[in-house]
Design a protein around this ligand. Structure first.
Ligand code: GAL
Length: 419
C-alpha cells in the first residue's frame, strides 16, 4: 500500500523501499554543542530542551565549559575534522562566517522563508545568520556587553549613586574599596579582560573611536594617545580587583557581587541570569547600568545556533530545533531567564524585568541612532584571529607585561600579523 503510492508517483520500488526505511528511521534527536554551563545559562537552555522534548525530539547535550566559547570552538574543530558534526552549535559572529566559508553548514532557507525570518530579524544579526544570501543559523538572543552589575546594599550603605562618568566611577570604587569590599569583581581570563577593555575604550574614545579601533582596526587609532589613555585606565581598574582574580570564571565573579563581597562587575548581561538564578531582584538587590561614559551606545553580541550539514534522517529534528529557537514565545521565555533580549523585533517587552526592558529600549535606540556596534570581545567586531591577537595584548598589559605605550604599539603589530 505504502510502496504502491510511491509507484503511482513514478518512484521505483527500490527507491521507495529506501525512502520508507529512511522515514521509519528518521532520527528525532539533536545534538547541541554549547558553553552554557553556569547556573543561569543552564536554566535558560532548559527552556529549549523542554520545548523540543514536548515535540518528541531528544536533546543530546554537549556542553563545553568556558565563557566566550573558546574551548567550545576547539572541540567543534575536532568533531568536524573527524566527520562527525553536531546538529547545532552555539556560536558568535565572525566564527559563523569562518565555518560558512568551509561549506559545512546546512541551508535553512525553506524554513526561514515559510516563517518569514527576514522580516523580523534585524540586519545587524542577519549579517551573521546568513551567508551568501542563505540562512545558516537561528539567532537566539542579543546580549550587550557594556553593563555594570552592582550590589545595591553596598551602594545604599555607602550612600553611592550610579556613576555616569569615569571620575564618578573612580570615586565610587575608592569608597567601596575603602569600606573593605573588593571594589571590582573580575575574572582574569582573556575574554573577560577584553570585555572590560572594550567598555573602557568606548567610554574613553566614544563611538567613532570604537569603530575606528575595534572594527576598522585603523593603525592610527590603535596606536594613539587615546589608546594609551584606555590602557592607563585599565591599569587604574587593575588596582581595584582582588588578589585572587587570575583565572576566575565570570560567574564566580558575579557571585562575589551577589554575595556582597564585591561592589561591581563589568560584564555582559548574561550576568543578570546569575542574579535571577540566585533569587535576586533588579533595583532591589542589584542594579544594572551602562558602563559610565557609554550611555547611549551599545556593544552587542548574539548567540546563534549554527546548523551543520547532517544526514537526511536528521534534517527534520534539526528544522524543529531551528523553528523552536525562532518562535516568539521561546524568544521571550528564554531571554527573560538568560539576561539577553530577543533576536526578533516583534517580541513584547512585557515579560521582561526592569533591566531587560531597559536593554530592549536602549538596543532599539542605539540601532536607530547608529551607535550600535559589534562587541570585539565577543566576536562581533573582527575575525577570530584578530580578536585573539587583541586579547593577547590586552591581557599581557593587564598583567603588567607591557606599559600602556608599548601596549598600544603592540596592538598594531598583533593585529597586522593576524590579518
Ligand atoms: C558569551 C555568550 C553569552 C554567555 C557568555 C558567558 O560569549 O554570548 O551567552 O554565555 O559568553 O558564558
Amino acid at each position: 500500500m505504502f510502496i504502491g503510492k510511491f509507484a503511482r508517483a513514478g518512484i521505483g520500488v527500490a527507491a521507495a523501499l529506501a525512502m520508507s526505511t529512511a522515514i521509519a528511521r528518521a532520527d528525532e534527536s539533536v545534538e547541541v554543542l554549547h558553553w552554557w554551563t553556569a547556573g543561569g545559562e543552564a536554566k535558560a537552555l532548559q527552556v529549549l530542551k523542554k520545548d523540543l522534548e514536548e515535540q518528541g525530539v531528544t536533546w543530546n547535550d554537549m556542553p563545553v565549559a568556558g565563557g566566550g566559547g573558546e574551548q567550545a570552538m576547539t572541540v567543534l574543530r575536532a568533531r568536524v575534522t573527524s566527520g562527525n558534526a553536531p546538529t547545532a552549535v552555539q556560536m558568535l559572529g565572525f566564527d559563523i562566517k569562518d565555518w560558512a566559508k568551509e561549506g559545512v553548514l546546512a541551508n535553512l532557507d525553506d524554513l526561514a522563508g515559510k516563517e518569514g525570518w527576514d522580516k523580523v530579524v534585524p540586519d545587524a544579526l542577519k549579517e551573521f545568520s546568513k551567508y551568501d544570501g542563505h540562512w545558516i543559523a537561528a539567532p537566539v538572543n542579543v546580549h550587550s556587553t557594556n553593563w555594570v552589575w552592582a550590589n545595591k546594599a553596598i551602594f545604599d550603605e555607602l550612600g553611592l549613586k550610579q556613576p555616569t562618568s569615569w571620575d564618578e566611577l573612580i570615586a565610587d570604587l575608592d569608597k567601596i574599596k575603602g569600606a573593605g569590599y573588593t571594589a571590582i569583581a573580575h575574572g582574569g581570563q582573556a575574554w573577560q579582560d577584553a570585555t572590560m577593555f572594550e567598555a573602557v575604550l568606548m567610554s574613553t574614545g566614544g563611538p567613532e573611536f570604537y569603530k575606528k579601533a575595534m572594527i576598522d582596526t585603523d593603525p592610527d587609532a590603535l596606536n594613539s594617545d587615546t589608546m594609551v589613555k584606555v590602557f592607563d585606565r585599565m591599569t587604574q581598574l587593575r588596582s581595584y580587583v582582588d588578589d585572587n582574580f587570575s583565572g576566575r570564571d565570570w560567574n564566580l565573579a558575579t557571585a562575589m557581587v551577589i554575595n556582597k563581597e564585591a561592589g561591581v562587575q563589568f560584564m555582559g548581561d548574561w550576568a543578570k541570569g546569575e542574579f535571577l538564578n540566585a533569587g535576586k531582584v533588579p533595583d532591589q538587590d542589584f542594579m544594572c547600568f551602562r558602563f559610565p561614559g557609554t550611555q547611549g551606545t551599545v556593544t552587542f553580541n548574539s548567540d546563534q545556533f549554527v546548523m551543520f550539514k547532517v544526514g537526511e534522517d536528521r534534517r527534520d529534528a534539526q528544522n524543529k530545533l531551528a523553528a523552536a529557537v525562532m518562535s516568539p514565545s521561546f524568544q521571550s521565555a528564554f531571554n527573560v531567564v538568560k539576561g539577553s533580549v530577543p533576536a526578533r523585533t516583534d517580541v513584547s517587552p512585557e515579560a521582561f524585568d526592569a533591566c531587560g526592558q531597559k536593554g530592549m529600549k536602549q538596543l532599539a535606540e542605539a540601532n536607530e541612532k547608529g551607535t550600535l556596534f559589534g562587541s570585539m570581545a565577543h566576536g562581533h567586531a573582527v575575525p577570530s584571529a584578530v580578536k585573539n591577537a587583541m586579547y593577547d595584548v590586552i591581557t599581557a598589559h593587564f598583567n603588567g607585561e607591557y606599559d600602556s605605550k608599548t601596549a598600544a604599539e603592540e596592538l598594531v603589530n598583533a593585529v597586522e600579523s593576524a590579518q
